[in-house]
Design a binder for this molecule. Structure first.
Ligand code: GLA
Length: 391
């Protein structure tokens, strides 16, 4: 999905639904995208993450159907219709054409949730989240659909469990081996807070995060280098972490207590780097939570910078536009910055004094100009509410 309908209010989406399907929707649901403050590539290592929800996201207008069919239209692709049975094998095995790739997410969710008693629906989907920006447009689409289907069919599922089901839809139905962070963030985040999630126990707690109260702004810059989890790099990193855990004799890299000992016992330098990142990144999440709970948001910069360097040099998932953006921001006086998400493209976050934000933005934009890259797109990152019914 690339653009949004001109008017993205729930009322406009409901009207567009009526025009597309010849009947009004039963409701409109919204699920946000997310930015991960810190804790990257830790979720599938049973580790810790600290995302927050954006005010941007995916909205779904939906009406119940009782004939076992799910039909999906995107408000952005001229209303193209994709129709599929709610039960069946995995969508990925059906080999849909690339132009229907976006529809594998809602249909995949409908298939997984049908095991829990939901049925068919007509859906119209809209988004004001840039796709490929590493801001979890896929998870937002899954979660808005999941919430709509549960409400329409009167099925109650705890949000933490719904996040697991949405993740399962992406893993099994779409064929992307993502972790649990994005779906949890979209469903569990609360306004004014980040979400500390322990990906082993599934336990989460809100952590106050209000940079504006401290005179700070958290900028999100979409570097316009498109990110995808299906490119192979993400899956390879995940496999390397599993291999390292197996060589170290632990269930997951979360369990590495003695980092120096672990690094000494691994022979492969690539696996050593991966372990170094994951173990230190978990510590950085704990340190960040400590600072936020102590009201010391102004001191986050160093942790963000350390996370970026670790992702760049140890985990090796950064990309030139991200490095240039972080570098330019720091030179312009920002307190810290780092790439976010799976890597190989997508967005960076930058923490800066609000009265310096315009200068930081200009510095990033002119560093791109000098290199002949398209200008980055900036988004206001306001810690917002998780998925909910809008009307
Ligand atoms: C993507 C995945 C998440 C997580 C991040 C990296 O966003 O969907 O599960 O692994 O990358 O932290």
């Amino acid at each position: 999905m690339t653009g949004a309908v001109a008017d993205t209010t729930p009322g406009a989406l409901a009207a567009a639904f009526s025009a597309a399907y010849g009947r009004p929707p039963d409701g409109v649901w919204h699920a946000p995208g997310r930015v991960n403050l810190i804790g990257e590539h830790t979720d599938y290592n049973d580790g810790l993450v600290l995302p927050f929800a954006l005010s941007h996201g995916v909205s779904v207008a939906a009406a119940r159907r009782d004939d076992g069919v799910v039909e999906v239209r995107s408000a952005q692709t001229g209303g193209t219709l994709v129709t599929a049975p709610v039960t069946g094998g995995t969508v990925v095995a059906e080999g849909w054409p690339p132009e229907h790739a976006w529809a594998t997410y809602p249909v995949g969710v409908a298939r997984v949730l049908s095991e829990r008693g939901t049925g068919g629906a007509s859906l119209l989907i809209d988004s004001d989240l840039p796709q490929g920006a590493g801001l979890s447009s896929s998870a937002a689409l899954e979660c808005a659909t999941a919430l709509a289907l549960c409400d329409l069919h009167g099925i109650e599922i705890e949000r933490a469990e719904l996040a697991l089901l949405a993740q399962r839809a992406e893993n099994e139905q779409v064929g992307v081996p993502c972790g649990l962070m994005d779906q949890s963030a979209s469903l569990l985040c609360t306004s004014g807070h980040a979400l500390m999630l322990d990906c082993r126990s599934g336990l989460s707690s809100p952590v106050p995060f209000a940079p504006a109260d401290a005179g700070l702004t958290l900028l999100v810059a979409d570097t316009r280098a498109s990110h995808t989890l299906t490119g192979g790099g993400y899956g390879r990193r995940r496999a390397e972490c599993e291999e390292a855990a197996s060589q170290l004799g632990v269930a997951a890299l979360r369990d590495v207590q003695d980092l120096a000992g672990a690094l000494g016992s691994l022979r492969d330098p690539v696996l050593r780097r991966r372990v170094q990142h994951v173990v230190t990144e978990n510590h950085r999440v704990e340190a960040t939570v400590g600072l936020l709970r102590a009201g010391a948001v102004t001191e986050l910069g160093a942790l963000l910078n350390a996370s970026h360097l670790s992702l760049r040099d140890q985990f090796q998932v950064s990309w030139p536009e991200a490095d240039a953006a972080v570098d330019a921001a720091l030179r312009a006086g920002a307190r810290g910055g780092r790439m976010v998400g799976g890597g190989f493209g997508g967005s960076v976050i930058v923490l800066t004094a609000t009265d310096r934000a315009a200068r930081v933005r200009e510095a990033i934009t002119s560093s791109y100009e000098r290199r002949g890259w398209p200008p980055p797109r900036f988004l206001d990152a306001i810690p917002s509410a998780g998925a909910h019914r809008v009307n």
